[in-house]
Design a protein around this ligand. Structure first.
Ligand code: SAM
Ligand code: SF4
Length: 327
């Protein structure tokens, strides 16, 4: 019998985000440095069996019903469909966030292994700009990956767009049009201070509200009720699908956050912006029973704060980059 994992602010946790690798074939400017990233050594990365064990404890002991596979770039992890099959057997809503560049080869095997949904990250539809933002000239592969995800039968396919002032905010309508034409749900994300260079400033953030107003001028929208999803969702009045904004900076989701994150080397993080972590790998490799693993997860969530304080004088950016945390 599962017991709800409730923190001291009354939030029930049911969503596990698993970073299966810290490595990536891209170097997005707001996520990773161009060079000099110190990768977690192989023997320190959790095995598939260790990841499955943490996931199973979350599902069986605490009733988690949602697992997202992320990274780094999750498709860089060898034999990912084998892990996906293990996680799918837990009977949860299983999804993945990916840069999409390898989906032509992997979308079919991942779907066959039981992956339910896929979010693809793409910040520019222009080849030159894409190459600057990701430091890789792979736009064609990502666009093909989106098609591959649709061909494989993933539904819905969602597109994550980090919208940045003076960088790609002139592509909002292009992305909305792309989503309407391809049948993918575009979600605009506000830039968060999780970059390797610690160069984030508030002026780079394009408020989700402004993005939605821009789209509504071109394509009339109707707001949908905000559920457990951090996205504020809208549907096009002409029936051509949905679009959303994730205003993590201007309208934080923290008071309804139901997530915990597991890093590639087995650290449990109770918040994207957490400074402290729980070393679950040590518990697993010391031979801890399921009770001990569950107790460590419970203690981590019990210590969760009310939310991030971006913009406040007291805000401290975590030492990890987004690529080391998992989005
Ligand atoms: N490599 C995969 C990808 O790019 O989708 C998964 C990992 S990536 C860290 C997960 C998500 O985090 C992506 O959608 C990415 O755009 C987003 N992200 C990375 N750094 C961010 C930042 N500083 N602010 C907001 N979103 C960020
Ligand atoms: Fe890699 Fe994703 Fe980070 Fe880009 S956002 S560098 S694709 S982990």
């Amino acid at each position: 019998m599962a017991t709800a994992l409730v923190d001291s602010f009354g939030r029930t946790h049911r969503d596990l985000r698993i970073s299966v690798t810290d490595r990536c074939n891209f170097r997005c400017t707001y996520c990773m440095p161009e060079e000099g990233m110190a990768w977690v050594p192989r023997h320190e990365v959790l095995s598939f069996e260790e990841i499955e064990r943490v996931a199973r404890v979350c599902v069986e002991r605490f009733g988690f019903d949602s697992i997202r596979v992320t990274g780094g770039e999750p498709t860089m992890r060898a034999n990912l469909p084998v892990l996906v099959a293990k996680l799918a057997a837990l009977g949860v809503d299983l999804s993945m966030t990916t840069n999409g560049s390898t989906l032509r080869a992997l979308a079919g095997p991942l779907r066959a292994a039981g992956l339910g949904r896929v979010n693809i990250s793409l910040d520019s539809l222009r080849r030159d700009r894409f190459a600057v933002l990701t430091r890789r000239d792979h736009l064609a592969a990502v666009l093909d990956g989106i098609d591959a995800a649709l061909d494989a039968g993933f539904s819905p396919v969602k597109l994550n767009v980090v919208c940045m002032q003076g960088v790609n905010d002139d592509e909002v309508i292009d992305f909305a049009t792309f989503g309407r034409e391809r049948g993918v749900e575009v979600r605009f994300i506000e830039l968060m201070p999780l970059d390797a260079d610690h160069a984030w400033t508030p002026v780079q953030v394009v408020p989700g509200e402004r993005v939605i107003a821009t789209i509504a001028d071109a394509y009339p929208l109707r707001a949908l009720t905000r559920g457990s999803d951090p996205a504020e969702l809208f549907e096009y009045l002409d029936g051509r699908g949905r679009v959303g904004a994730i205003p993590s900076v201007t309208t934080p989701f923290c008071s309804r956050c139901d997530r915990v994150r597991l890093t590639a080397e087995g650290k449990l993080r109770n918040c994207l912006f957490a400074i402290d972590e729980t070393d679950l790998r040590a518990v697993l490799r010391d031979g801890g029973s399921d009770e001990v693993v569950a107790a460590a997860i419970g203690a981590s969530v019990a210590g969760k704060g009310p939310g991030h304080q971006i913009g406040a004088l007291s805000f401290v950016q975590p030492p990890r980059t987004m690529s080391q945390i998992g989005g």
